[in-house]
Ligand binder design. Structure first.
Ligand code: HEM
Length: 218
């Protein structure tokens, strides 16, 4: 593990593994939140299950947080190492060839997502933790809490902008993570790219649907 974090290839590999783990988390997280669009009772039951199941609370959630922190810290480390390996900027920016603006600026979209995550955890995760472990009393159900959070237009707009940035981050991150673990064969490349394009559109779109749904159905 220490060896892996000391070489650029190793760091990229670990970065890709943490990215893939977060890609799976997003699918599960979206699926649970989409339930709220179809049934209030089912969403409350799913939330109750997620919030009280010991395996989720004491194993999955800590692993998720380690994965999230690792991904962000490693992203910044890779960026700093890349910059210091090339201290003099090119006179002409290389914006042709394989490199896109997004692929060269993953750190910017990543930093915005980090800010979003702080706001998001304060909106939803902290209230759950304070209810479950700190004895805070909430009269409202999880569904009502969701509806209440998406009442102000500014929060819906902030979330939607964050989801669009998430989509841009994913549009490069998805296929890049596969390349970093060595799945570079031309046979798979087209399939990974197509999958990545759909993933980076559908996942943010799903989150947008949830936020807008709760705003318009108050
Ligand atoms: C409309 C969109 C979203 C809604 C309604 C939503 C809702 C929630 C809720 C209700 C919780 C608290 C769960 C609990 O009770 O423990 C939560 C936690 C969390 N959310 Fe979201 N979320 C959304 C989008 C996102 C996105 C896009 C990300 C990642 C970029 C994300 C990352 C997290 C994380 C890391 C947690 C803490 C871990 C957990 O409790 O599962 N969420 N979210």
């Amino acid at each position: 593990m220490a060896g892996l974090t000391q070489s650029t290839i190793g760091r990229k590999f670990l970065m890709a593994l943490s990215a893939m783990f977060l890609l799976i988390f997003l699918v599960i997280h979206l699926s649970i939140n989409l339930i709220s669009v179809f049934s209030e009772e089912a969403f409350n039951s799913a939330s109750e299950f997620m919030g009280t199941n010991p395996l989720i609370q004491f194993v999955m959630q800590p692993v998720l947080f380690v994965g999230v922190i690792f991904h962000f810290v490693m992203g910044f480390v890779l960026e700093i190492k890349n910059k210091s390996a090339r201290p003099v900027k090119y006179a002409v920016a290389n914006n042709s060839g394989n490199s896109t603006w997004m692929s060269r600026n993953m750190i910017i979209s990543g930093a915005f997502i980090l800010v979003y995550l702080f706001i998001h955890l304060a909106d939803f995760w902290i209230p759950t933790i304070s209810k479950n472990y700190l004895g805070a009393v909430h009269a409202e159900s999880d569904f009502q809490h969701l509806q209440e959070k998406f009442q102000p237009l500014w929060r819906v707009v902030l979330y939607v902008i964050s989801f669009i940035l998430l989509g841009l981050h994913l549009s490069h991150g998805f296929q890049s993570s596969f390349q970093s673990i060595g799945a570079r064969h031309p046979k798979y490349l087209k399939c990974v790219n197509t999958l990545g394009t759909w993933y980076s559109i559908l996942i943010p779109l799903g989150f947008i649907v949830v936020a807008v749904f709760h705003f318009v159905t108050q």
